[in-house]
Structures are given as structure tokens and as C-alpha cells.
Write a protein that binds this ligand. Structure first.
Ligand SMILES: C[S@@+](CC[C@H](N)C(=O)[O-])C[C@H]1O[C@@H](n2cnc3c(N)ncnc32)[C@H](O)[C@@H]1O
Length: 408
């Protein structure tokens, strides 16, 4: 019997469930293994324990993680259920979709409801896991194929989703470093509506960017993926979207690509509010674009922070009410912290020397007041902005592709 087949038997599932329970009760790993080895082989015990660890880790991504199968890498690569459902909502219901490079089925789980789904992966074990995981989500209209993209017939398929493997480790990846290569994908899709998931840092040449729509998608505070859209009526080419998906809803803004190169105004002095763009805006290089759309100014040249007197409530920028601004001198900042009775300080810094930052972190105050301190360049030199984080009403539930509609 194949080792994953055993995990699918009643004995395998019970062993993983038992190991999970004991791990959650913080029981010692050696004791867990010893206990399990009374009824199963050492290899089976190790396998059940490994799966149990992955299932616990996967709870942040999947609501049914405890019933699913993973390998360490395939779990790391999997799209979370929330993001998968958002992405799937951009594919027409009733269409036939092929999820090429489906892995253990993260994206496929979102795509299957209301569509006919073909999930394709060239690794046999991974395709088996996808089959199992789709069944856990009762995706009866999904079929899994153990095939490579090159060997799969897409002639009857309406839409495509790809999540090519990265062949080269590291943060900055180039377009040709994928399996299948992007050139193969671009030339093979015909006129089909297609979404291609890439790492946020993937560098695409200028001539490619003009022919596609790029959507940077974030969850919580992180940028999770860059999605390349082709032949999608709602995602015109030569434009870039920034989208944040959270339990409170989905918010998105779209920019012309040339917004990247247009400068925004630099503030003479800070206004009522300080705004910190979400990492999707920074990954998409649209800090100037969002500043211009919302009528905000940059705090300084080289600063990612924005300022203005107007109240903006958007998941794409965090809002802080400014209390005071102090020039960056350790002595002046120390006196200010003491005078204002600040206690717990959340320090934020961008483009400031590490040595100075470390000195700031050592500053102590016996006060009670919580505060955020932002170290940033400004027109008048480096400054520290003391401010309070504000949380506004929930973001809208719908996606708007018109930047003007997101202004508040
Ligand atoms: C990044 S993972 C997919 C993760 C998946 N989207 C998810 O959310 O779980 C990439 C997968 O592509 C598969 N793969 C790589 N090259 C392929 C090819 N030419 N054809 C089909 N599958 C391929 C690998 O086996 C791997 O499982």
C-alpha cells in the first residue's frame, strides 16, 4: 500500500487525529510516538505525527484542515481558503475551469463550487492529495488529472488558472524561472480568460506588463500573491490593481500602469492624519497612485508614509491621528517621550539607519500611554511622528474597480 493510502484508511485517519489531539495538549513528541508505536509501525507513527503537525499549521488557511492531506512544501504553496474564494469569484459561474498546477488543491477548493473543474498536477502524490482534499470540501463537479500542462487538452475548457512552480529559490524571481515557463503558458492559452498566480516579487518585463493586468492581493498585513489576468473583461490590460481580502470584506483599487512613474506632492508639514499604505500598494509600486487618488501627500522624499487633513477609511491604507512631530535627535525624542508620559511604544521605521533605530528602541518611559512612533524622512529632515492608530468602520463588501468610488 502507498504510504498516503495508509493515511486515508480508518487506522491512518485515527492515528493522525490522536497525534493532533496530543500535540494540541502540548504532550512531548517522543511520548506521542511511543504511545502510537504500540498499535502501528514506527514509519506509520512518524507519518501520522507529521500530518498532524501540518494539519494544525493549516488551520490558519483552511476551515477543514483537520481532514486534509498535505506535504510541508505543498501546504506552504497553497492559497488560503479565503483568498481562493475571492479569486474564484472573479471566474464566471457555470464555466468550465482548469486549475493547472493545482498542488494539494488550495485554489481548486475555491474554484469548484458552481463551476466544472479540472484540477491538473504533474506530481502523482500531490494529485492524489488534491483529489482527497476536494472530496473533503464535497466538490463533486471536480476531476483531478495526474498530468503536466503540456499533456493536458484544454480545447473544451473556458477559463484557466495557473500556479506555476518556482524553479529558483529566493525573493526576486524572473518570469522564465517557472514550471511551466510563462512563455509556454502565454502561448498556450488562446483567448481564454486566464489568471496566473505569481509571487509578489516576480519581475515581469515592461513589454509583458503592457499586455496584462496585474492584481496584487493581500490578506491581513501581507501581500500574498501577484495575479496576472489575461482576456478578463473586468481586468483591462496595462493596469494594476491592489486588493485586500479580510474577514471584513474585499477592497480593491485599480491604477493605470503609468501612475507608477507620476510623482505626488511632498508635504511641507504633516496634516491631521498619517497614512501607512498596505504592503500590496508598496508591492505594486502604487504609493504615488494612491496618494494622488485620495488627495494625500507624501511625508517626504523616500518616505512611504502619506499625510493629509482628510479622513480616509480604506483597507489599503492604515490611518493614524497625529499627536506630535519631533525632529530625529535621540535627546529630543527621549525628552518628548518623558514629557508626554508615553509607555508602550510601537516603533515603525522605513529608510532610517539601523543604528539610530536601535538607539530609539532603547528609550524608556515610565508613562502609561500607548503610542505609535513613526521614524521617516521629511522635507525638514528625519522626523519622529507620534500618533494613535485609528480603526474605522468596516470596509465595503464589494470590489470596486473605479478608484473614485473608494474615496471616503
Ligand atoms: C505552487 S504549487 C500549486 C499550489 C496550489 N495552487 C494550491 O493553492 O494548493 C505548484 C504545483 O505545480 C505543479 N507543476 C509544476 N510544473 C507543472 C506542469 N508543467 N504541469 C502540471 N503541474 C506542474 C507542481 O507539481 C506543484 O504541485
Amino acid at each position: 500500500m502507498d504510504k498516503f493510502d495508509w493515511l486515508l484508511t480508518a487506522a491512518g485517519r485515527e492515528s493522525a487525529a490522536l497525534a493532533r489531539e496530543r500535540l494540541l495538549e502540548q504532550e512531548n513528541i517522543l511520548r506521542i510516538l511511543k504511545r502510537m508505536r504500540k498499535s502501528i509501525s514506527p514509519a506509520q507513527a512518524a507519518m501520522a505525527l507529521e500530518l498532524a503537525k501540518l494539519q494544525i499549521r493549516a488551520r490558519t488557511k483552511f476551515t477543514r484542515a483537520d481532514e486534509m492531506l498535505f506535504t510541508k512544501t505543498s501546504l506552504e504553496q497553497a492559497t488560503s481558503e479565503r483568498l481562493a474564494l475571492y479569486k474564484a469569484s472573479r471566474f464566471p459561474t457555470g464555466s468550465s475551469v482548469a486549475d493547472i498546477c493545482c498542488g494539494i488543491g488550495g485554489d481548486a477548493i475555491g474554484l469548484a463550487p458552481n463551476r466544472t473543474l479540472a484540477a491538473v498536477d504533474q506530481q502523482q502524490v500531490i494529485a492524489q492529495m488534491a483529489q482527497h482534499n476536494l472530496a473533503v470540501y464535497q466538490s463533486t463537479n471536480a476531476s483531478v488529472f495526474h498530468l503536466s500542462f503540456e499533456g493536458f487538452d484544454i480545447s473544451e475548457i473556458d477559463c484557466l488558472h495557473f500556479d506555476p512552480d518556482r524553479r529558483v529559490a529566493g525573493r526576486t524571481v524572473l518570469a522564465h524561472d517557472f514550471s511551466p515557463p510563462l512563455t509556454t503558458i502565454f502561448s498556450g492559452i488562446g483567448g481564454r480568460l486566464t489568471g496566473i498566480k505569481l509571487a509578489p516579487a516576480t519581475n515581469l518585463p515592461q513589454h509583458t506588463r503592457e499586455k496584462i493586468h496585474r492584481e496584487f492581493i493581500g490578506e491581513r498585513r501581507e501581500t500574498k500573491q501577484q495575479l496576472v489576468w489575461l482576456n478578463h473583461p473586468e481586468y483591462p490590460k496595462n493596469r494594476t490593481s491592489c486588493t485586500v481580502v479580510s474577514s471584513r470584506g474585499v477592497e480593491s483599487m485599480t491604477f493605470d500602469n503609468d501612475e507608477q512613474f507620476k510623482l505626488c506632492e511632498i508635504a511641507d508639514q504633516t496634516g491631521t492624519y498619517l497614512y501607512e499604505p498596505h504592503s500590496v500598494v508598496i508591492a505594486a509600486r502604487m504609493v504615488n497612485g494612491i496618494a494622488r487618488s485620495l488627495g494625500l501627500q507624501r511625508v517626504g522624499n523616500g518616505s512611504a508614509y502619506l499625510t493629509g487633513d482628510q479622513y480616509c477609511n480604506s483597507a489599503l491604507i492604515s490611518r493614524f491621528r497625529i499627536e506630535s512631530v519631533v525632529p530625529l535627535s535621540i535627546e529630543r525624542v527621549a525628552n518628548h517621550i518623558h514629557r508626554e508620559q508615553y509607555g508602550e511604544i510601537e516603533w515603525k521605521k522605513r529608510a532610517v539607519e539601523q543604528e539610530t533605530y536601535e538607539q530609539l528602541l532603547k528609550l524608556k518611559s515610565r508613562g502609561e500611554r500607548k503610542i505609535t512612533a513613526v521614524v521617516t524622512p521629511s522635507q525638514r529632515g528625519a522626523i519622529v511622528i507620534f500618533c494613535q492608530r485609528e480603526v474605522g468602520p468596516p470596509v465595503p463588501q464589494k470590489v470596486s474597480h473605479d478608484p473614485a468610488k473608494n474615496e471616503t
